[in-house]
Design a protein around this ligand. Sequence first.
Ligand SMILES: [Ca+2]
Ligand SMILES: [Ca+2]
Length: 361
Amino acid sequence: MKFPLFFIISSCSIIFNIFSGCSNNQTKYKNQIEKKKTKIVSKVKSKKDSLLVRGMVLIPSGTFNMGADNNQGFEDEYPKHRVKINSFWIDETEVTNAEFKKFVDETGYVTTAEKTIDWDEMKKDLPPNTPKPHDSLLSPSSLCFNYTSSPVRLDNYSQWWKLSKGANWKKPWGPGSSIEGKDNYPVVHVSWIDAQAFCKWAGKRLPTEAEWEYASRGGVENSIFSWGDDPYIPSYANTWDGTFPYKNTMEDKFEFLAPVRSYPPNKFGLYDISGNVWEWCYDWYTFDYYKLFQYEVANNPIGPPTSYDPNEPYLPKKIMRGGSFLCNKSYCTGYRNSMRMKSSPDTSSIHAGFRTVVDAM
Ligand SMILES: [Ca+2]
Ligand SMILES: [Ca+2]
């Protein structure tokens, strides 16, 4: 029997799913999140509050149009609908290596990518009698990108994605690599579970998908990108220039990851909200969630209670947003305001990170 090693791809992101392993955990995650809701910061009036929101931007409350802005939108970006959002604070930048290191130093936290897979836990979510794979397949690992040797069709992601043993947030490109001198780069190889743990430690939370899109739009209605509609991407975001995944012309100056703040902020003052690394959101993914709000204003939506992706119905997924340094116009244009990515909560890769928020009502 073939061992069910799933590579999961959605548009320009591929996610290695550790053999599912989370379908029975949805309720658990949900309950954990409810318990971890942060306190509400009514005003920044104490030193403690000012420290909590240091490096964050206060986003004003408002109502906006959420969903596709042009014909590049995928089916799950429709219908465009009205959404009301309360005021909140959000990180100016993606969470950096320095910030994540502080968390790990204080807590001793071990990320998903650094752990050997627990077969006894994993098999609970697999068909009965699935044989145990070789131990080498259960060793700590994460997804890394590899160039192809020639231009390729973009329908087989295994050509440019490899599972790299020993790749993790401290060794982004596997054994031999390091983050030395890269304090101000976004942390990568963090799973949704890892991001949640960081948030708990920091007294913050992940943005909802609606909050994230509202923040990305910067108060500008119906624009395609976080900077507006200018199609010359290299001026605004770290993406992939040239022929993906064969040749990177680096018009935007960066081959892979870029330090945070390498590009102009959007009108809310947020850096790299488009591109550089994908950013985890709080919500579960369903492809038709927006249809719930076709005829009414969505009031601070937090996503559906469970996940459903018709392409992979067995696999619960969380939302990711904003695109990465691997996104290209030939593939998914993941750096559009409305583009929806999704991945299982225990996946990690070289181009996925997060930023945090704090309520401000
Ligand atoms: Ca680039
Ligand atoms: Ca980003």
